[in-house]
Structure formats: structure tokens, C-alpha cells
Design a protein. Structure first.
Lengths: 450, 450
């Protein structure tokens, strides 16, 4: 059943560990799901984590190790001999084993590979290490079930029984020809209910056969599996030979990461960081955006300094500087976000740019009229009707410009193969800030007749 | 194989449709994957879409209809008689059929249900319509395979053969007791390789059995499937009876939607809208955030007006108003985004609030010192060393405050069960804008001795 990790449970567990109360730990921890055990270990101190981990049985250990946070896993592995690491690898699926070993320093990596007893496991890992992490090759595993076109069902069952020892989750059985080329697939369901002497050639399907190539980008793999509702996808090499498969759980991770990246971009963070990353890394990930903001602020200062004379004559003009700047930024980010999302979904390959801009301008118009009207009334509190007119006309103009830029910039970035999510960060805010100030102060000078 | 939709393909297809070139359409469209056909239909005009759809065979039709955009599907269904809709429903999985019929107006819905021929299908749909859309019950389907604890393997194969007609994708066979209570599961793999007279009771597994309840929130279901790497999860009612299952493809949609929602929040859009939504809906979704921005701008104007005398004496102070406001907002959003993400992952139930704030303050310190130093040098271009001092001290202070608020506010929102993603939108930007202005102008007054 489902387990909820609480502070109380952790306290009791930590006591049990320091009292070496193995019976309690066996009963209350070792029987949990591996993902829960990993979540517990993530919260423990290094010594406690190592102690608890060594109480688990071998199969559970390998499952847990895959689920741990990267930094916790690294710490834990430091307490392992190279031989112990090699043994762990043999219990893992080849993709997880490769990810694990790829985290080790280069010299240790070689030594660990030398210590793997099963030559097939070693070979699979060495092969998978060749692929870039963010490609289909880097995501795939070597564990899958495959049958030959010219086998009868009863031979398949025998062969698959052997293969089944290696494959944890079977979704689809792949069908290959004599040259090991992928020609189709067979569902386990279909095999289960077929007559023993039927040939695979008469049983397999090849309509709607979707596969990916080793070099395909991981985000493209995610999009394909999502689009075609696949739970696993076969991976073929340049000759069309079946070399691996990718399962949906790995793809869910890619989808999450991609969404996180967009969210961080929109929030002005340039690299993937987590709240557990080091202070230096977090600082570094943020500084580029802050520098853009700073640059925007300096340009803003330049613009305002150009209107210094006007501001000393009508200091009330200064009051609404933050309002104009903020609204331009907000509208720009809103428009950009909608475009970025529809680009990410691949919805918009045929929508014309002008149609989108027209729509955003209509939205801008509605919100612009509403907000400008509101601000006109409110401004009267602070000053003259002319000030009200300056602020409301500027606000409307700024909103319209921001809507157009917010739409145009992500579309342009996408056209030139730059991540359009860039546009939702401080980039567009800064641009609209500066532009907004210029519009506002120019209108101010004109209407106040300065 | 994979298909890429191009403008050229659409042009040729539209010609073929207007020329009623059925042979070309059959060869080039009808053999494609359903998801691709749906993507094509999404791009066609209503009459073309209806024409093309009617050329598809019945099974393909139902698959395509599920994959269509909601508004395209609605249009298409308008050209269907109620009987035709009822026939479509019989070909669909019960969850998809329920989603489809739920989109119809209430009176049409009842009539369509009356026209469904298979009583079991009708009953399943009526049952599923009871559950709220965003719960496990609203996501589940009635198609799954189940066996009884006391059956031998050979009986299972016979029973499952019957069940298999209804179930498109089998991942796991569920095992129930006499009271239909879920007691465990059996992989198809295990069944395939078992001896015919083995009892299920001796074959099934119940360790790590994860299930969800009908009333569970859809986002919780997504988190559970993600955490435990599940491709399907059984759904039980309050008595523990097995009533349905949820498959990973539906969960991937929930994960995407959730990520989209956070992204939109961060971009200041309050409801789920897409670039295809109406102008009115888009405008409405944005106005709340713009009003917050407007309110912030007005408060900012209030703050500045309180310093009017100072600004007329030292108009250079006005130059850096946008810079201070923008930087406070940027830093606040960055800090908030990290907290929101780790809350979304459920990583942080045990991290103390103070530890997090300390860390953010250290990050703020590093970036603050760097940026303040930089701005001090640059400010000298615009004015006196005192102005430089005012701007750099204020900037540092604002960055520190923004870091603390950015961390604190999402944590507080989360504590009071409000979506912490709210904090990454204009909310925090606005707060930091106003606060930053106050700090800046106060320091300015003090150092310029006004």
C-alpha cells in the first residue's frame, strides 16, 4: 500500500538505526516500495543511509539506487568498493546501469567495467556509453523481447522465456527479419492467444509501427511517444537494425525536465538548478538574467536622463514610471507565454504570424481600453487631467506594443531555431520597459508642451 | 513510419478533397497513424474534415475522434446524427467514450446514451459520468483484465481471451478475491510462462501493489504513477473493490497540463487558455494579473509622490527608478521559482524554512555584491559619487529583500494550501517593485541629505 513519509517516521527510524534495531528496520522499512525506501534514504545522514542500505537485499538495493537523488547516490557509492559497484550494475537495467556508471570519474569507470562478471552486461554498458545522454541512444535500454519473422509461436514462447529473465516490463514484442531489421511488432496478448504452430509472419503487425533512430533528440522522442500514446518505442540504427527500446517512465522524466526548463526560463534562471544545488551554482544560473535586467535598467536611466528637463518641470511624470514599465513587461510576458506554449505543443506550424499578431492586438485593445480608462480616473487623484491623459494614452500604447513584441519575438526565435522560452524571461520585460519609458516620456513632453 | 505534416501535403490533400479523388486519399491518408490523421483533420475546413472523416473505416474513425482538438471534434460531431455518435462510442475505450459524451449538451447526452446498443457499454459510460473529471474515477477506464485468486492458469487463459477483446493494451492482470476486492497482480509475462494447472493464488504478487481510490485527485494520481514508475494503476472504491484502471497516456496529459498551468501562472495568466481560445477568453484570463500590476504601479506612484520634493531637487534619482523596480521583481521571481519547483516535486517536506531563506540570502549576497559593484561604476557616468552610492546600496538591499520574500511567500502560500505558483506571477514582482522604490528613495533622501 501507499506510504507517506513523515517527520515522526524519520525520527523513529533514526533512533532505530542508532540503536541498531535491525528487527524494526526489517519490518518497517525493508518491505516498502523501492521508491519509498529511496525517498527515506534521501533524507538520512550519510552514515545512516549507508547502514540502512546495507540491510536491504540485493535486488531491492539496485532498485533503490536508481531512485536516489543524484548527490545522495554519489555519497553512497563512495562507501562502496569498485567490485560492489560492479555487482550492483549487473542487477540493473542496462540504461540505468549506464546512467549510474557515467556519473563515476573516468578512471574509476574503466576499473568498474573491468570488474563486471557477466561479459554481456559489460558489453551492453560499453555500447550504451557511446551515445550522447540527450539522444534516443542515450535513453534506450538493451532489455527487450524480440522474435524472428520465420519462427512459429511455440518456438517464440521458448525463446521469450529465456529473454524474459532479463526484461522487467514487457510491453511489446518486436519482430525482426534475418538481417535483424525491425519489421513489425506483436503484442503479448496476441501471442498468448495464438495457436502453437502459427508462424510469426502470419501473426505480426506492421501498421502504425513507430520507431526512433539512435541519434534522435530526447525531446523529439518524448513528443513522438506522447503524440502516438506509446508506452515503449523501439530504437533502430542507421541500417534499420533493432538496437534498443525506450520506455515511457524515462520519457515522463524528459517531459518533466522540459517543462521545468521552460518554467525556469520564464522565471529568469538559465540552467537547470534545484533547491538542493550549491549556492554558487544557483548564483551563476541567475546572474545572466540579472545582468540583462541591469542593462535594461541602465538603458531606462539613459532614456529618463534624456527627459531630465521635463521631469524637473513636471515631477509628477516620475510617479508613473514604474507603472508604465511594469505593465509593458507584464503584457509582453503574457503574450509570449501563449505563443511559447503553442509552439511547444507543435500546434502552430500552419498558423500565420499575422493572424496571431492580429489576435494579440485585439486582446491588447480590450485590456488596454479597460486599464487605460481605469488609470485615467485614478490619475486625477495625483494630478491634472493632462497627467491622466498622458498616463492613459501611454499605457494603451505600451500595452499594444508589448502585445506585438510578445508575440513576434518568440516566433522569430523559433524560426531561427532558438528556444522561444527565452522570450518569456527578463529579455522581453526589459525590452518593453525601455520602450515603454520612451513612449511615456515622449507623450508626456508633447502633451505638457515642454 | 513517421509522418511529417507539411503545408504542401495539406494543399495537395485539399485539392484531392475538392476533386473527390478518393483513390489518392485512401492511399495517402487512410493508411496513416490515427494521431497523424487527426492532426491533418485539425487543419482542415469543416466540410473537408467531414468528407475526409467519412472515408475512414469505422475503427480508425473512433481512434481519430479521440485525438482531435476539442473544438474540431465538436464541429465534426455536429454533422453526426445521435445514432452515429452512439455507434462511435461503442468502439471507444470507456474513458474516452465518457469524455466524448460529456462534451455534449445535457439533452443530447441522454438521447445518445439511449441509442447505445450494447447495454454494458451504456452502463459503463453512465457509471463513469458520475465521477468528477479531475479525480481518479474521472480518469479511469473500465477495460482491464482481472482473474480470481482461486482460478488455475488454464482457466485464466480462457477467461482472459474473452476479456482481451475489450482491452486494447494489457499491462497488468489484476487479481481479485471472491468479494471482487483487489488483492494483487500478475504480469502477462508470468502468466505466459506458467504451468496450466498452477493456481493464481500461488502465482500472483502483492508486494509493491500500488492502487488509487476513485476520489483521489488527478494530480496525485500523476505523482504516484511517476514516483513508482507505473504504466497503469488499478482504481478501487471505498470497499477496496476493483472498479477501473488508469493508464500512463492519460497521466502524461495531466503532467503536461499541470506544467502548463505553472508556466502560465509564472507568466501572469490565470486560467488555462491556448492560442486557439477566443479573444474574450484570453483577455479575461489576463486581466486579473494586469490589475495587480496596475495596483502595484499606483502604489509605486504613491510612494514616489511622497518623495516629490526630493526628486525635484535631485532629478537624477528618477533615472534609476525602473532599474530598482525591475531588479527587485527579477530576483523575487527567481527565488520563488526554485521554491515552487521543489514544492511541486514534493522534495521539501522536511527542509526547514529558515535553512532555505539562509541559502537564498547567500545567493542574494553574491549576486547583490556583484551587481551593486557594477552599477556603482556605471552610475558615475550619470552623476555624482553620491548617486552611485545611493543606487548601489539600494540595489543590494532590494536584492536581499526580494530573495527573502521570494522564498517566504510561496512557502507561506503552500502552508495555507494555496497554489504556490501564484507567487511567481506579477504578485511578487509588484510587491518587490513597491518595496524597492521605498527603500531606494529613502536611502536617496538620507544620503543626499534632503
Amino acid at each position: 500500500m501507499r506510504f507517506e513519509l513523515t517527520r515522526e517516521f524519520l525520527d523513529i527510524l533514526q533512533e532505530a538505526i542508532s540503536a541498531q534495531n535491525i528487527a524494526w528496520i526489517n519490518e518497517n522499512v525493508c518491505e516498502l516500495h523501492e521508491a519509498d525506501i529511496a525517498a527515506i534514504i534521501d533524507e538520512l545522514e550519510k552514515e545512516e543511509a549507508t547502514y540502512l542500505f546495507r540491510l536491504l537485499n540485493e535486488d531491492t538495493q539496485s532498485e533503490v539506487i536508481v531512485e536516489l537523488d543524484e548527490d545522495v547516490r554519489e555519497q553512497l557509492l563512495q562507501s562502496f568498493s569498485n567490485k560492489e559497484i560492479a555487482d550492483q550494475l549487473e542487477n540493473l537495467d542496462s540504461d540505468d546501469a549506464t546512467d549510474l556508471i557515467a556519473e563515476l570519474p573516468a578512471d574509476q569507470l574503466e576499473e568498474v567495467i573491468g570488474l563486471i562478471e557477466d561479459p554481456e552486461t559489460a558489453e551492453e554498458i560499453v555500447d550504451l556509453l557511446n551515445y550522447a545522454e540527450d539522444t534516443a541512444g542515450g535513453m534506450m535500454q538493451k532489455e527487450f523481447m524480440k522474435v524472428h519473422l520465420d519462427w512459429p509461436v511455440n518456438r517464440c514462447v521458448i525463446e521469450l522465456r529465456k529473454q524474459a529473465e532479463e526484461v522487467e516490463k514487457v510491453f511489446t514484442i518486436y519482430v525482426v527479419d534475418d538481417a535483424e531489421k525491425l519489421v513489425g511488432f506483436l503484442s503479448l496478448k496476441r501471442l498468448l492467444f495464438a495457436k502453437p504452430n502459427t508462424l510469426i509472419a502470419d501473426l505480426y503487425q506492421n501498421r502504425n509501427m513507430i520507431s526512433v533512430k539512435t541519434g534522435d533528440d530526447d525531446e523529439d522522442v518524448a513528443k513522438i511517444m506522447e503524440k502516438y500514446d506509446l508506452v515503449s518505442v523501439p530504437v533502430i540504427d542507421l541500417q534499420g537494425k533493432l538496437v534498443g527500446r525506450i520506455t515511457i517512465d524515462d520519457v515522463v522524466d524528459v517531459i518533466k525536465e522540459e517543462a521545468d526548463k521552460d518554467f525556469q526560463m520564464a522565471s529568469g534562471i538559465s540552467e537547470k538548478v534545484e533547491s538542493s544545488s550549491t549556492v554558487w551554482r544557483i548564483s551563476r544560473a541567475r546572474i545572466p538574467w540579472l545582468l540583462i535586467g541591469l542593462l535594461g535598467g541602465i538603458l531606462g536611466a539613459q532614456v529618463i536622463s534624456g527627459f531630465e528637463g521635463g521631469i524637473s518641470k513636471v515631477p509628477q511624470l516620475a510617479f508613473f514610471i514604474p507603472l508604465i514599465a511594469a505593465m509593458g513587461g507584464n503584457v509582453g510576458v503574457q503574450s509570449a507565454a501563449i505563443v511559447v506554449q503553442s509552439l511547444a505543443k507543435g500546434n502552430d506550424q500552419f498558423g500565420s504570424i499575422w493572424k496571431k499578431i492580429r489576435k494579440e492586438m485585439m486582446v491588447g485593445m480590450i485590456n488596454g481600453v479597460l486599464l487605460s480608462g481605469l488609470i485615467y480616473v485614478i490619475t486625477l487623484i495625483f494630478g491634472t487631467p493632462i497627467l491622466g491623459l498622458v498616463v492613459s494614452i501611454s499605457l494603451f500604447t505600451v500595452i499594444m506594443f508589448a502585445a506585438v513584441f510578445g508575440t513576434l519575438i518568440p516566433l522569430l526565435l523559433d524560426k531561427y531555431k532558438i528556444d522561444p522560452a527565452l522570450a518569456t524571461g527578463p529579455f522581453i520585460t526589459t525590452l518593453n520597459d525601455v520602450l515603454g519609458l520612451f513612449i511615456y516620456l515622449t507623450i508626456g513632453m508633447l502633451l505638457f508642451n515642454i
